[in-house]
Design a protein around this ligand. Structure first.
Ligand SMILES: *Cc1c(COP(=O)(O)O)cnc(C)c1O
Length: 403
C-alpha cells in the first residue's frame, strides 16, 4: 500500500464506519476529476482506466456536459411527469432519431431501465403475442450483469449477488452465454424475450462467438420473441459504435442504455423500442418521479452531442485496436488471454498469477486506476477522449507491472 496521509485515512475510516460495506474499493480517496485524470486528497494524479464502468466515456467533468447541468439547474430541475417540461419532448425526439427507435422511456439508473425492459417484454408477450396469463418467459445468460434489484439478481449466476436475497421472481431461464443451440432448444411459444449483453462487461469483457447475436436475431424472428440488448455498459461508444450489437450486423427490438448517457454527471437511463412494444404502456403502468426530469434531459443531450461531435466512436475503434495490439506484444508470463472491443479490454491472467487485484494495486501505485473483474481479469476502459500519448504512457506502466 502507498503511504497515506491522515486525511486519506480519516476519510476511509468514516466510510468504513458509517457506510454499508457493499463495495470493496481501492484505498484511495478522490476529490477532483478532469478528462482522463482524477486526483486524490493528497494531490496525486491517476489515469482513470475504469471510467466508472463506462459512465465517463466522455471524460471527467466534460465542460459541455457540466455547463448543461449548471444552466438547467438554475432554470428548472424537477417537475415530475405530472406536468410537462420543455426539455423532455425535444430530448426524446433526439434520442429516438439517433438510436433509430420509435420511442424512448426515460428512467434514472441502469437497473431501472432493465426492469422497464422486463415489464415491457412481459406485457408485450401477453397483449401482443398472446402468451397465456402468468406464463411469460424471458431467456437470459450465465455470467450476466443487469443490475442489483431483487428481480434482476434473481437470475444472476454470481452467487454472492443473490445468496440470501430470495425468494426470487419466476419467469427467467438462464442459458450458457454464447450457446445458440441451447437457446434454440429453450425457445417456446411462451418465450416473450431474450435479454442479452452483446458483450459481457462485468462478466470479464466476454465476447460471444460471432454467429451468436445474428443467431439470436434469427431465433427471435422465427419464434416471435423480442431481442432485447442491454447496452448499458457496451453502448454509446465503448466498443466503437452507438450500440455494440449493431457491429454484429443486427438490430435489436429494444435496447437499454444508461451510464454514458449522462457522461457520468447525473443518473440517466432509458429503454428504447418501437411503437409495437412501447405502446403496451398505458398511463399509470410504469414510471419514476425523477425519470425524464429537465436536468437529466439537458445533461443527456449534451452527453450525446459530445459523443458525436468529438468522434468518440471512431476514436474508440482506432485507439482500442492499437492498444490491444500493443498489449498483445507484451511478453508477460502472467497473461492468459487478451480480449476486447474498441477501448474495452480484458486482460485475463493465469490462475498462478494469484488474482488480478494485486496487479490493480500495483498499477494504482504507478498512477493508473483500474479494477479487477471476476478475480483473474484486469479491465481497461479509459474515457474515450484519451489520446495516444497518454495511452502509450499507460502501456509502459502496464508492461512494467505485468513483467
Ligand atoms: C452497470 C450495468 C447495469 C446496471 O446499471 P446501474 O446504473 O448500476 O443500475 C445494467 N446492465 C449492465 C450491462 C451494466 O453494465
Amino acid at each position: 500500500m502507498k503511504p497515506t496521509t491522515t486525511e486519506n485515512d480519516e476519510l476511509i475510516e468514516l466510510e468504513s464506519r458509517y457506510s454499508a460495506h457493499n463495495y470493496h474499493p481501492l484505498d484511495i480517496v478522490l476529490t477532483r476529476g478532469e478528462g482522463v485524470w482524477v486526483f486524490d486528497v493528497d494531490g496525486k494524479r491517476y489515469m482513470d482506466c475504469l471510467a466508472a464502468y463506462s459512465a465517463v466515456n466522455q471524460g471527467h467533468n466534460h465542460p459541455r456536459i457540466v455547463r448543461a447541468l449548471h444552466e438547467q439547474s438554475q432554470n428548472l430541475s424537477l417537475t415530475s411527469r405530472a406536468f410537462r417540461n420543455d426539455r423532455f419532448g425535444p430530448f426524446c425526439a433526439k434520442l429516438a432519431k439517433l438510436s433509430g427507435y420509435d420511442k424512448v422511456l426515460m428512467m434514472n439508473t441502469g437497473a431501472e431501465a432493465v426492469e422497464t425492459a422486463i415489464k415491457a417484454a412481459r406485457k408485450w408477450g401477453y397483449t401482443v403475442k398472446g402468451i397465456p396469463a402468468e406464463r411469460a418467459e424471458i431467456l437470459v445468460y450465465d455470467g450476466n450483469f443487469h443490475g442489483r434489484t431483487t428481480t434482476i439478481v434473481g437470475f444472476s449466476t454470481d452467487d454472492p449477488c443473490r445468496e440470501g436475497f430470495g425468494p426470487f421472481a419466476p419467469g427467467f431461464r438462464v442459458l450458457p452465454y454464447g450457446d445458440l443451440e441451447a437457446t434454440r432448444a429453450a425457445m417456446s411459444p411462451n418465450v416473450a424475450a431474450i435479454l442479452v449483453e452483446p458483450i459481457q462487461g462485468e462478466g470479464g469483457v466476454i465476447l460471444p462467438p460471432q454467429d451468436f447475436l445474428p443467431g439470436l436475431r434469427a431465433l427471435c424472428d422465427e419464434h416471435r420473441a423480442l431481442l432485447i440488448c442491454d447496452e448499458i455498459q457496451s453502448g454509446l461508444g465503448r466498443t466503437g459504435a452507438i450500440f455494440a450489437h449493431r457491429q454484429a450486423g443486427i438490430r435489436a427490438d429494444a435496447v437499454t442504455i444508461g451510464k454514458a448517457l449522462s457522461g457520468g454527471v447525473y443518473p440517466v437511463s432509458a429503454f428504447l423500442a418501437d411503437d409495437a412494444v412501447m405502446d403496451v404502456f398505458q398511463p399509470g403502468q410504469h414510471g419514476s418521479t425523477y425519470g425524464g426530469n429537465p436536468i437529466a434531459c439537458a445533461v443527456a443531450e449534451a452527453a450525446l452531442d459530445v459523443l458525436q461531435d468529438e468522434n468518440l466512436y471512431e476514436r474508440s475503434l482506432d485507439l482500442g485496436g492499437w492498444f490491444q495490439g500493443e498489449l498483445r506484444k507484451l511478453e508477460s508470463p502472467h497473461v492468459k488471454e487478451i480480449r476486447g472491443a474498441g477501448l474495452w479490454i480484458g486482460v485475463e491472467l493465469h490462475d498462478e498469477a494469484g488474482g488480478a487485484r494485486k496487479f490493480c494495486e500495483a498499477l494504482m501505485r504507478r498512477g493508473i486506476l483500474c479494477k479487477e473483474t471476476h478475480t483473474h481479469t484486469i479491465r481497461f476502459a479509459p474515457p474515450l477522449i484519451i489520446d495516444r500519448e497518454d495511452l502509450a504512457w499507460a502501456l509502459t506502466e502496464i508492461a512494467a507491472v505485468l513483467a
